[in-house]
Design a protein around this ligand. Structure first.
Ligand code: GLY
Length: 417
């Protein structure tokens, strides 16, 4: 199978690693990729949000499958363009991608499908925003309706801060903002592979969104993750499929906008049961890094089956009994203003730790071929082990062997799990 994978983060490096290592894959091209994907696939300098460039590349290589990593190409319509050009595509079209692209749309679909989520109001004016903050009270949950690169959600007891964030969202062209009930309880990420009708859940995982230990500091794209969740109900995946993912997929099909791709269910396990915090329409980062570290069945066959409407005909994914932990190494200044260009050393020493592999995100090679930082989140240090605790110790042993001046990482990823 010839596969074209779009994206350039550690999530895509994790996907590339799982795709490249499977005998079903005969050729793997990553566009644009990063120095990590270059070592296991062919990188192509193509803009993943340009439908024309992506279709050209898929045509040139005779792709059997196009896998879209990030949300931006999906919201830009690349999934539709690729399918219209006759290629199998793992990733929803524009209309279905609105489940991530508009929080208000996601709420509307959930209401129609009877899916449990926080009560919310959508505000289009400062007056509506102020009234909603007063109505729901603290802690305030204020969400940008549109995509905001991980910076769209503010949860705070400070009404002024909540108002300021809401006003900043409203100030954008066509800006709308959601104010909603606070959901109390541990969060779970469950990825569901969908072919428009059938849903196959992957292994549940948890990520750590805040920059600093103890869930302090600003929100980030994600500073670490782990799986399995030994504390979660054993039937969590079935519950999510039955009460959330399948009803949403059925509702999207009923609307004539079938969802083909990855429905990321971001959930809170509240005292009243499971509630949806958010949907994304692509693999999560950094959860993908740990989920795929435990996958023992074929990823290319699973994604191809989804892209071609044959998910019900392939076996359920299978998992190793290992645990996996990912510690993200970020650049100094991240997330406000990441400093780039720092030299990174120690990767081979880190990968010498048993069970460890390193995934690249914001990295580049300088003119002398040295590895340097080139983005906010720089590396994902992934370790597998017989328990979460063992995997965590290995991950931190490896992190300690990597050097990047001023690098930031949390020291409490998967602690006590
Ligand atoms: N881990 C959060 C996300 O991928 O959006």
């Amino acid at each position: 199978m010839k596969i074209l994978l779009l994206g350039s983060g550690a999530r895509e490096h994790a996907l590339a690693r799982a795709l490249a290592s499977d005998p079903a894959t005969t050729e793997l091209v990553v566009a644009p990729g990063n120095p990590g994907t270059a070592s296991i696939a062919t990188n192509f300098a193509v803009n993943p949000c340009s439908s024309a460039e992506v279709v050209d590349l898929a045509t040139q290589m005779g792709a059997d499958l196009v896998v879209v990593g990030p949300e931006a190409p999906l919201v830009a319509g690349v999934g539709d363009a690729v399918r219209e050009a006759g290629f199998a595509c793992f990733g929803p079209g524009v209309e279905a991608a609105r489940l991530e692209g508009s929080k208000a749309f996601a709420k509307e679909v959930m209401a129609a499908a009877g899916v449990p989520t926080a009560q919310a109001v959508t505000c289009a004016t400062p007056e509506e925003l102020a009234a909603a903050l007063d109505r729901f009270g603290a802690p305030h949950v204020v969400k940008d309706d549109g995509l905001a690169a991980g910076k769209g959600v503010v949860v705070t007891s400070d009404r002024q801060a909540a108002l300021a964030h809401g006003l900043a969202c409203l100030a954008k062209e066509g800006g709308r903002v959601l104010v909603e009930d606070y959901l109390d309880g541990p969060e779970i990420s469950l990825f569901c592979v969908c072919d428009g009708a059938t849903v196959r859940p992957l292994a549940p995982a948890q990520d750590f969104k805040r920059l600093s230990d103890g869930d302090a500091g600003p929100n980030t794209g994600g500073m670490g993750s782990y799986t399995p969740l030994t504390w979660a109900p054993a039937d969590i995946a079935e519950q999510v499929v039955d009460h959330i993912a399948q009803p949403v997929i059925d509702e999207m099909a009923r609307r004539g906008t079938a969802f083909i791709g990855l429905l990321y269910c971001g959930l809170a396990l509240t005292r009243d049961g499971l509630r949806v915090v958010e949907f994304n329409v692509r693999f999560g980062d950094p959860e993908t890094q740990v989920v795929l570290a435990r996958l023992t069945s074929s990823l290319p066959e699973l994604l191809h089956a989804a892209a071609t409407g044959r998910l019900a005909q392939v076996p359920e994914p299978t998992w190793s009994t290992d645990s996996a932990v990912d510690v993200v190494l970020a650049a100094p200044g991240y997330p406000a203003a990441a400093a780039t260009g720092g030299v990174i050393t120690g990767l081979s020493q880190a990968e010498a730790v048993e069970g460890v592999h390193i995934l690249h995100a914001g990295t580049a090679l300088d003119d002398d071929g040295a590895l340097i930082s080139a983005g906010g989140r720089v590396l994902s240090v992934v370790a597998v082990g017989p328990t979460v605790q063992a995997a965590r110790e290995r991950a931190y042993e490896a992190v300690g062997r990597i050097h990047l001046d001023g690098a930031q990482y949390r020291t409490d990823i998967a602690a006590g799990r």
